[in-house]
Every structure is written in structure tokens, then in C-alpha cells.
Design a protein around this ligand. Sequence first.
Ligand SMILES: O=C(O)CCC(=O)C(=O)O
Length: 275
Amino acid sequence: MIQNNNILNNYKKKFNENGFVILKNALNKKTLTNFSKSLAYLINASSVKGIRINNIRKKNTEHLKQEILRNLLHLEKKNHSFIAKIYDTIRDLNIMDKVFNNQKINKLIYSLLSIEDDVPIYVKQKACRIDMPKNNDFSLDWHQESPYTIKNTDLIQIWAPALENINSENGAIKILPGSHKEGHLKTEDYFPKIGHAQYVPKKNILKKYNEKSIELKIGDVMLFSKFLIHRSGENNSFKPRLTFIAHYHNPIKKDFFKNFIYKGDKPLKKNSYKR
Ligand SMILES: O=C(O)CCC(=O)C(=O)O
């Protein structure tokens, strides 16, 4: 819980030292339950024969989650385009405002960005990743967020489990603590036919740091620097892995508008969940 300035300052100190902080129990149960329900409704809206979740309103949340996961697997098996549509839709559902525009998270974001709490925050790249078991199509190799976003922006990135706890088996994100101090790095780029553009820092930099897997319980969130080197974990479980991600920018930072390059909701560069 963030009660006072001392606690905020401690988080900030840790963030500056390591490039990330973990905020426990940031997302409340009600929001997470409503997110599950929203997802269940979207699955039904796909209108695929044999795929239907009944009694969404009344179902026990744990049962609902397991049904969601089973049905996402069925949809993927039928055709990945169903998953792509759900992915593209979730990010703009009203429930996502509750997820990302959360008082506890905001308080810490303001502190980490060193801005007053009446300054607007520009929340972009909101998404819920859906990573299928043993499938790396949309995985991200080692990268910093900086090449994927607005030049020189002040931003904090969020990563959090959306449906179930995330551990090393189902794809805990990997980070290189302390690597944010390198600043914006030169990269070796590659553009796979499927999935995201990859902007990978040079091997001699990656070798300098010890990798850490971030296992989070549902409700916990990780906030991290745009310079922290991180990568996707592998989902070696039998269920889809769902995670919230977003960028929190300070839009009044000098040159934010000058460097602004989002065009509607089009990705900045080749960066897609479509196959
Ligand atoms: O969750 C993942 O697999 C990685 C997410 C990530 O690296 C990112 O969004 O920048």
C-alpha cells in the first residue's frame, strides 16, 4: 500500500537503482473479476460454433477463468484470427480504464515521473497480451522500450498478470536489473515475418547483467523504465498467458509533441499481433 511520501520515495529510490519496482495488490479483485467477465463476453461475441460460456454473471470467478482459458485455446485451434480480433478489441474496452487508470498505480507513476498529480498522463499501447502455450510467435527478444516509442519521452511501462498468477513455467517476463542506467542503446534489428519487430541491444551489453524472472501474483504490477532491458518469458504451461501492458507518458515534457509519431492506433513500426 502507498500511504505516504516516505513509501513513495522508497519506491522511487528502488526504481532509480534497479530500473523497476513491483507494486503488490495494485489491482483490486472487483476490477479483475470484471475484466474476466468482459473477456468471456468477447469470446461469446466471436460466435463460433461450440464455443460459448454460459452464466457469465453468476459463475464463480475461478471457474470462469478456467473456461475462458479453455475457450481461448479452442478459438486459437479453429483460427488465430479469432484471437487477433479479441486482442484488438480488449484494449479499448471500458474495463481497461479501470485497470490502467488506477489510483494506486497513478500515485506511483506521478512520483516516478516526478510530476504533480494534476498533470495529465498519456496512456498508450494499452493491451492485454495473449500468449498461447509453447508458441513464441509474438514473443519479444531482449529489448528496451525506447526504440518502440516516442523519442525522448518520459515514460513508465507497466506489466501485470491479467487472469492468473505468472511464474517461470507460464512465462514470467525476464529483466536485466540495473541495465536502465545504460540509457538508449544501439540495437541489432530483425523483422520476423510474423510478430513484432525486434530491436536487440548488443551482446556485450546483455552479458554485463544477471537475468531475473519476475513472477507476479494476480493483482501485482511491475512498473519499469523505458531503458530497462527485458524480454518475454516462454509459456511452457498448457494454458494461454494473459498480461496487461501499457505506457504512461508525461505529455508536457519538452518536445513530446514535436516527436509525437503515433498515427491513430497504428503501431509505430512493424509491430503486430496478426499472423
Ligand atoms: O510479456 C511479454 O512477453 C513481454 C512484454 C514486453 O516485453 C513489452 O511489452 O515490452
